[in-house]
Design a protein around this ligand. Structure first.
Ligand SMILES: [Zn+2]
Length: 253
């Protein structure tokens, strides 16, 4: 009996640990079931991202500080309706150690008709300032706005950032990696994205699902890691452990 247990534990430890750098666990009907299923399938680390006040508070509750951590913040979609929450972010972070960064925050050109880019920018910049004062990484949302986002990140001298669902090209990716930023690859393959993966060193790459918005569950991150492994010509195990290591290093976890 004891021997069997030891053997089982050993073989479990030998499985590569996959990590989902960005998902929306709070949007699932039964998040805890999804977390358990993901863990059983080798996804041992998930970063749940908030983008509104309600989503951020829900993520704080779900994060256990072991397999699930969270970043909280106000994304472009909520930069008018939930702008007041920006003033509460710091207090939430100080009382909840499972919050490891601010995100997803950024700019979304698709929303510009309803929410001015100026308003989005002001909320984005205020949250960058909070992250900087607490020495925390930011998780960036950028849609149709990568140049402006890169300009802001540079002018604010942001130290640690992950570009969630990276939309830029390989030239921009190389520039960002040169500054130590992390590029997050979603489960949606394009020729441009493959060139980004090829151009970057493995130390600047992480994998995400954005589930349930894009991927079905965090388990889909395994396919993303497989794509990275194939393009980089490394084993799945190495790609899994490297992308996991990159997340842990970025977020100090
Ligand atoms: Zn997201």
């Amino acid at each position: 009996m004891q021997i069997t247990q030891t053997v089982t534990r050993m073989s479990q430890e030998l499985l590569p640990e996959f990590s989902d750098a960005h998902c929306h666990l709070d949007l699932f009907k039964d998040p805890n079931k999804i977390i358990e299923e993901s863990k059983k399938n080798g996804v041992g680390l998930m970063i749940a991202a908030g983008d509104s006040k309600a989503n951020s508070l829900a993520c704080i509750k779900l994060a256990n500080g072991a397999s699930v951590f969270t970043v909280i913040g106000i994304g472009p979609d909520f930069s008018v309706s939930d702008s007041e929450f920006v003033d509460e972010i710091e207090a939430e972070i100080l009382k909840n150690p499972q919050i490891i960064g601010i995100g997803e925050i950024g700019l979304d050109a698709k929303l510009a008709k309803e929410i001015s880019i100026e308003q989005q920018k002001s909320i984005f910049e205020r949250q960058i300032d909070i992250a900087k004062s607490l020495d925390l990484p930011i998780v960036i949302h950028s849609r149709g706005a990568i140049k402006e986002v890169m300009r802001i990140v540079e002018s604010k001298k942001v130290k640690k950032a992950v570009f969630h669902y990276f939309e830029g090209d390989e030239k921009q990716a190389i520039e960002l990696a040169g500054k130590g930023y992390i590029i997050s690859i979603p489960p949606f393959e394009t020729a441009k994205r493959k060139r980004v993966i090829k151009a970057l060193g493995i130390n600047n790459l992480v994998a995400e699902t954005d589930a349930p918005v894009v991927g079905k569950t965090p388990i889909d991150v395994k396919k993303v890691v497989e794509t990275i492994a194939n393009i980089k010509g490394i084993s799945l195990e190495d790609a899994a452990s490297k992308t996991t290591e990159n997340i842990r290093r970025l977020f100090y976890i």
